[in-house]
Design a protein around this ligand. Structure first.
Ligand code: NAD
Length: 284
């Protein structure tokens, strides 16, 4: 089984920068591809900030040594020699299928793995636009990537055993993550359980059953959750929470996945949680 040494991450946003960081920290040669010069500059700054913070906390010996292994570019052709490409661009099916078509043309290694970090788009939709669906799978990381240990591995019906085995060796070996296996269904394991839990908390709050503070405190103090479901929704972003709920609802048509009206109204109002300063709570 060939070891993966040269990787690329497409999209250097919140998740892509995190994935690139863990790959470079693991000693791998890492290319990050962004869609514009401005976005590339932001991705580079995001990586520098995070790595300098890691160095200050003593998690890595030197930020510069890790940064030397990362090349941020806007030129997709630079992924030609990669053994693994992880796509982490916007959650938009047509953007992702267009990208997978291009990756299939550009990536030269016939054994290269083409992975997606998508949270809700079926892996099969990405696999079928390539000439190598057996080498396409989901490798789903969690935010913040350098901190959270979990990775969900999501083979489609066409992913080969070898692709799955090499992906597992990659995430559990150099990346030091722990993998769980999921079928190619909306939400995979974690979001399929977490999102209805958060939606139930929103319905409870919406009905006036209890205050946001009391709902969250109940779960923190009574069930030892690190934070309550409404605080967690604010952290994830209410737009993202709603989008993932909609894709779960679309797939399973179960009422428990339906976004409550209050969530929709808050998103309409731009009350998206921490990132806009107000959601179920207010932030400075
Ligand atoms: P983000 O908006 O922070 O980053 C997306 C980045 O992709 C942006 O920097 C954008 O400039 C870039 N981009 C867009 N189109 C591109 C293209 N064609 N080529 C190169 N770069 C392009 O989003 P994010 O939160 O990092 O999410 C990225 C992916 O990860 C999504 O599929 C999302 O569902 C998934 N995901 C997100 C989370 C989360 O907690 N945010 C968790 C797991 C998975």
């Amino acid at each position: 089984m060939s070891t993966i040494e040269r990787v690329a991450v497409i999209g250097g946003g919140l998740m892509g920068a995190g994935i690139a960081e863990v790959a470079a920290r693991a000693g791998l040669d890492t290319v990050v591809v962004e869609s514009s010069e401005d976005a590339a500059k932001n991705a580079a700054q995001r990586l520098e900030r995070s790595l300098h913070r890691a160095a200050e906390r003593g998690k890595i010996a030197s930020a510069d040594e890790v940064l030397d292994r990362i090349r941020v570019t806007t030129d997709l052709e630079q992924v030609a020699d990669r053994q693994l490409v992880v796509e982490a661009i916007v959650e938009d099916e047509s953007a992702k299928t267009a990208l997978f078509r291009r990756l299939d043309e550009i990536v030269q290694d016939p054994e290269a793995i083409l992975a997606s970090n998508t949270s809700s788009i079926p892996i099969m939709k990405l696999a079928v636009v390539t000439s190598r669906p057996q080498q396409v799978l989901g490798i789903h990381f969690f935010n913040p990537v350098p901190v959270l240990k979990l990775v969900e591995l999501v083979p489609s019906l066409m992913t080969s055993d070898d692709t799955l085995a090499r992906s597992r060796a990659f995430v559990e070996g150099p990346l030091e993550k722990q993998a769980i296996d999921c079928q190619d269904r909306a939400g995979f394991v974690v979001n399929a359980l977490l999102i209805p839990f958060i939606l139930s908390a929103i319905r409870m709050y919406e009905s006036g059953f209890a205050s946001a503070e009391d709902i969250d405190q109940g779960l923190v103090l009574g069930a030892a959750h690190p934070q309550g479901p409404l605080a967690l929704a604010d952290l994830i972003g209410l737009d993202t929470t709603k989008a993932v709920a909609e894709s779960l609802y679309e797939e399973f048509k179960e009422p428990l996945y339906a976004a409550p009206p209050l969530l929709a109204r808050m998103v309409d109002a731009g009350l998206l949680g921490r990132k806009t300063g107000r959601g179920f709570y207010t932030y400075d």
